[in-house]
Write a protein that binds this ligand. Structure first.
Ligand SMILES: Cc1cc2nc3c(=O)[nH]c(=O)nc-3n(C[C@H](O)[C@H](O)[C@H](O)COP(=O)(O)OP(=O)(O)OC[C@H]3O[C@@H](n4cnc5c(N)ncnc54)[C@H](O)[C@@H]3O)c2cc1C
Ligand code: SF4
Ligand code: SF4
Length: 1008
């Protein structure tokens, strides 16, 4: 349900574009590790899609947000990194998700050993900031890349908890905005109001996190075939007060998989106990530890340590090698562990065995007061798709119940396990237990008093009375699931697993990306390393956020009456990163993220047909005509990409003219194949490669104007020619900047400072340019970062967002990318390319100014007119086909692919006739715009083609158009029940999309 308009307006004016109601933002905040569409499939009416998402930057903004939300009675759902596994950070009945990613400041108070932290900062980031002060975290969840806000709200524990306990044991204060919009700062017993309250009592905006002196940490391991023996030994650790920092017990099967999958330094088939402590304590610990172990004939071995991620994350990843792991974690007192094992054994089979549908294994972190964080894993015969879609059904529920039955609790409650909220809040930190506090009572009382409307994270933790009441039905579903226990076949008949309609539909838009979304374990490691996320700090731009989007989209399909349209602009937003591959390197699941993104970009690139580029007749124009020599073996590759910024080409040519260089000029109708290659399109090999080779025949030196063409001609084309055609291409490629800087030019810096922006595809040669500039006397500050200009190709918002974020940081930039320069300028950055910068120093300004006049910009009115003409023409032509659609209605069956076979030819005809109409209408406008004869007809035409691409690629109206036509078909078919309207709409949208490149070709060919 959309928010009240007034509320939207107020929020927009407060947050600007940090407030969003876009599908992209909303869906990427509809899933955390607790994924729910299967429940919706089963008919549960919970709205897990927020109506809006907001990214506050200051405490004051959070206060204002709370005031607006309470005024309009809109639920607020705090969101950290979405790594919890119980649906804690997703809505139960819509509302506004408050993503704290942009509140991430960290200040280290060295003398107090405290980090004062905003909630969006991650544990890992605190350690990085504390490192120069020789301090580090005392304890943190093994999800090291999760947020501080999430950790406090869930009162996490994990690494270092043997010594330091829960997160709430390590807080000096927490500042939060309560439901009345007041700022409260709490410490000591009052921390119970927020620590563990899952955001139901307020929005955490700052906290003091206690740190410890950083010393090298020593890791050791010992092993035993018997868990009983292990428990006896660690019991002695507790009894003798051995001052260890972290202790982890890893089961035999998990150990095996870790050895096989990650070369972990563990003993196969045994229980491995990892102990860690600061090196400074070695004299105190080592001998005592060895003497305890000696009594059991155990040897202590130094452990080669590979990182926190090996806990939990790597266990799941390693187990994937055997099958589909189902995971449940909970907290139990150590003495209750044998009872838990008995309980699990009676249901799952033997401990330490991990075979399909047989057995389970444990991975246990110890807490200072003998509370264990127990991760239980079992392997099921379900496919990943089945598993996610039926929510780990019977087995997971069984494991949940087992924890509670033996007197423990789940690690968290979220929306899935309300009945266990009291258990969770009673398994509490040292701080609260020593004070004898009943956290459940404190939170309930505070909530009742401060948030009677239940606006703060409704339906979580406490039993909802007003909002989110549907969560109660979840436990009925779980009971039902329990009935079926291991009868997965039966369970599926209740809650259909496997590729259901929502899955299939979303897959039609997002292809294999969808399958991998189920493999993601939400560890958030990719978020931390992603350079694009680091520029904008918005969830959809991080790989995890993209996978969240996929899962959210599946849920939305069912919520939205089985309708979903994912426009190309959204796909461009999701996939439009620069494919640096940093995320691939950290993903414990080995998901080939950047490769998947390339695949997804294909869809966008399909719409960005290179054939649409037109010749600007450069060789006949000054200054190109002056430097052009068709027989030269030196080539100036202007190429199709420069059609976006033809002025830059004029500038480059002007300098070459001054230098009296003769080159063969390649016009803008020639394409290097950059988009084809980067999108994995077969066009690259089948067509573009041959064309490029032909164009560059007999060339020795190719001078490029964009980093994208440099990379394509230097790497991609040469590699493909070698591999596919067994052809060695011997031309040498040089970016224009290096070419000019190699010439004897009066271009000296005299200590002048340059902020040099290095875009993604210039990284190979940027250092050489910097060296040359430095030797000419410039002081260069290198600024790496993606402008998004090339890949987003004016689609989606990513390019805009990235540039805007850059604009907030830099007011003046010299860039190596002409496309980025243009993009930056539109955001108010005084940006110029290095070539333009050189031109101004060389006194070529006059030329630049004169030639810049040839530029042509479409007015906003014209852009609207183009959009209207395109959509109207397509709609009219579709309507002309209504009788044919009605006639074919019965063939539109259950399958998207089958139905497309029937309808695709009709849609193809629609596009051909719409293309004729559009070309004729647009030609009239082009003539009007060039009528006064002051502007080049080629530039005007190219602007029209570019805008046409924007319109057809954004495709915001396809859903509306398809629905209108579907309604007409429905009114025409003789038997309405035989017409699958939803499927028809889907087919029309998808087919139209695939035809769009053809439409662009057609129109650009005919445009006069
Ligand atoms: C691979 C993996 C390993 C894990 N290991 C551990 C572990 O060792 N120990 C452990 O305890 N957990 C573990 N978890 C669970 C999870 O990572 C933790 O619960 C983590 O603290 C959640 O943090 P987050 O930033 O992802 O918060 P989210 O999942 O986004 O939110 C968690 C809760 O905090 C609330 N919240 C978030 N920010 C705020 C705020 N500013 N103010 C108020 N409320 C807020 C949310 O509404 C939600 O209720 C693991 C998860 C994964 C995927
Ligand atoms: S490949 Fe894309 S998503 Fe992955 S880290 Fe690089 S920019 Fe981010
Ligand atoms: S994509 Fe990989 S690194 Fe990113 S959250 Fe998922 S599992 Fe972790």
């Amino acid at each position: 349900m959309p928010l009240p308009r007034e509320a939207s307006r107020e929020l927009e004016s407060l947050f600007g574009d940090r407030y969003s109601e876009s599908l992209l933002e909303r869906l990427s905040h509809s899933s955390d590790m607790g994924f729910v569409p299967e429940l919706i499939v089963a008919g549960l009416d919970i709205n897990i899609v927020p109506d809006a998402v907001v990214y506050p930057k200051t405490v004051e903004e959070v206060v204002e947000l709370v005031k607006i939300a309470t005024k309009y009675r809109i639920p607020l759902i705090p969101y950290g990194r979405g790594t919890n596994r119980y649906g804690n950070a997703i809505p139960t009945e819509g509302g506004i998700t408050v993503d704290f990613s942009m509140m991430r400041q960290i200040t280290i108070a060295r003398d107090q050993s405290v980090a004062m932290v905003q909630p969006g900062a991650t544990w890992k980031e605190i350690d990085v900031e504390a490192d120069p002060y020789k301090l580090s975290l005392r304890t943190f969840p093994s999800s090291y890349d999760s947020s501080v806000g999430g950790g406090i709200a869930g009162d996490a524990l994990g690494i270092g908890s043997y010594e330091w306990g829960f997160i709430s044991d390590n807080l000096t204060y927490v500042k939060f905005v309560n439901p009345r919009g007041e700022i409260e700062t709490v410490s000591g017993p009052e921390l119970a109001k927020v620590a563990g309250a899952e955001g139901t009592t307020g929005l955490i905006v700052e906290a003091g996190i206690k740190l410890r002196p950083k010393t090298p940490t020593l890791s050791f391991v010992f092993h035993s075939p018997s868990l009983d023996e292990v428990l006896k030994i660690v019991g002695e650790f507790y009894d003798t007060g051995l001052p260890l920092w972290h202790v982890q017990i890893r089961g035999p099967s998990i150990s095996n998989d870790m050895v096989d999958g990650f070369k972990a330094d563990l003993q196969k088939d045994e229980w491995n106990v990892i102990v860690m402590f600061p090196a400074t304590r070695e004299p105190l610990i080592r001998r005592r530890l060895e003497s305890i172990l000696k009594n059991y004939n155990k040897e202590l071995r130094p452990l080669k340590w590979v990182g926190w991620w090996t806990f939990n994350h790597a266990a799941i990843a390693a187990l994937r090698r055997t099958g589909t792991p189902i995971h449940q974690h909970g907290l139990i007192p150590m003495e209750k562990l044998p009872n838990l094992i008995k309980e699990l054994e009676s249901n799952l089979g033997p401990l330490g065995v991990l075979e399909e549908n047989r057995g389970f294994d444990l991975d246990i972190a110890l807490e200072r007061r003998r509370v264990l964080l127990v991760n239980a894993f079992t392997i099921s015969s379900l496919s990943l798709t089945d598993k996610k879609l039926i929510y780990d059904l019977a087995k997971n529920t069984l494991m949940m119940d087992a924890f509670v039955k033996v007197g423990g609790s789940l690690l968290s409650v979220g929306m899935f396990a309300h009945k266990y909220a009291k258990n969770r809040l009673n398994v509490t930190s040292k701080t609260f237990s020593e004070l004898g506090l009943d956290r459940y009572e404190i939170i309930s009382k505070y909530k009742k008093e401060m948030d009677p409307e239940e606006l703060f994270n409704p339906g979580k933790l406490l039993p909802p009375e007003k909002r989110g009441k549907k969560v109660f039905e979840i436990s009925d579903r779980q009971k039902l699931a329990l009935t079926f226990r291991f009868g997965i076949g039966l369970a599926k008949s209740v809650t259909p697993g496997g590729p259901n309609d929502g899955y299939k539909t979303v897959r039609a838009f997002l292809e294999t990306f969808t399958d991998y979304a189920f493999q993601c374990i939400d560890c958030a490691m990719c978020v931390t390393v992603c350079p694009q996320y680091k520029v904008v700090y918005k969830n959809p731009y991080a790989p995890k956020g993209m996978f969240d989007f996929v899962k959210g989209a599946m849920a939305y399909y069912f919520l939205n009456d089985k309708k979903i349209d994912i426009p190309l602009s959204v796909i461009a937003d999701i996939s439009g990163c620069h494919k640096c591959g940093l995320c691939d390197r950290v993903c414990p699941e080995n998901i080939p993220i950047s490769y998947l993104l390339v695949q997804l970009s294909t869809k966008v690139a399909k719409g960005v047909s290179t054939k649409a580029y037109v010749s600007l007749g450069l060789t006949e124009k000054e200054p190109f005509s002056a430097i052009h020599n068709p027989d030269s073996t030196t080539v100036l590759w202007v190429g199709s990409l420069m059609q976006e910024n033809v002025e830059e080409a004029y500038v480059a040519a002007s300098i070459l003219e001054k230098l009296k260089v003769k080159v063969r000029v390649i016009d803008t109708d020639k394409d290097s194949g950059f988009y084809d290659y980067i999108s994995g399109s077969r066009e690259f090999v089948e067509k573009r490669l041959g064309e490029v080779i032909e164009t560059l025949k007999d060339s020795e030196l190719v001078i490029t104007l964009t980093p994208e063409d440099y990379r394509t001609l230097n790497d991609y084309v040469k590699q493909a020619a070698n591999i596919v055609l067994r052809k060695q291409l011997n031309y040498y490629v040089m970016p224009i900047e290096l070419f000019l800087l190699s010439m004897a030019l009066p271009f000296e810096g005299k200590e002048e400072q340059i902020n040099l922006h290095v875009p993604c595809f210039a990284t190979d040669y940027a250092q050489e340019i910097i060296a040359k500039l430095t030797s000419r006397g410039f002081k260069v500050k290198r600024i790496d970062g993606c402008s998004g200009a090339a890949l987003a190709k004016n689609l989606g918002n990513r390019a805009r967002e990235l540039s805007k974020a850059m604009a907030e940081k830099y007011s003046e930039l010299v860039t190596l990318c002409p496309l980025a320069a243009q993009q930056f300028r539109s955001f108010g950055i005084r940006a110029q390319t290095l070539v333009e910068f050189m031109a101004s120093k060389l006194g070529a300004q006059k030329l630049v100014k004169v030639e810049t006049k040839v530029g042509f910009t479409l007015s906003e009115d014209r852009k609207h007119a183009i959009e209207e003409i395109v959509m109207k023409s397509i709609l009219e032509e579709l309507e002309n086909k209504v009788p044919i659609f009605a006639d074919l209605a019965a063939f539109v069956s259950d399958s998207l692919d089958e139905s497309r076979k029937i309808l695709d030819p009709v849609i193809s005809e629609v596009v051909t006739s719409a293309g004729d109409k559009i070309a004729s209408e647009l030609s009239k406008l082009v003539q009007e715009d060039t009528g006064k004869g002051e502007t080049s007809v080629l530039l005007v035409t190219s602007s029209y083609v570019k805008e046409l691409m924007n319109v057809v690629n954004a495709q915001t109206d396809f859903q509306r158009i398809a629905s209108e036509v579907a309604e007409k078909v429905l009114n025409t078919v003789p038997d309405r029940s035989a017409f699958n309207k939803d499927l028809f709409i889907q087919v029309v949208i998808v087919s139209l999309r695939d035809e769009m490149p053809e439409l662009i070709n057609l129109v650009s060919r005919k445009l006069k």
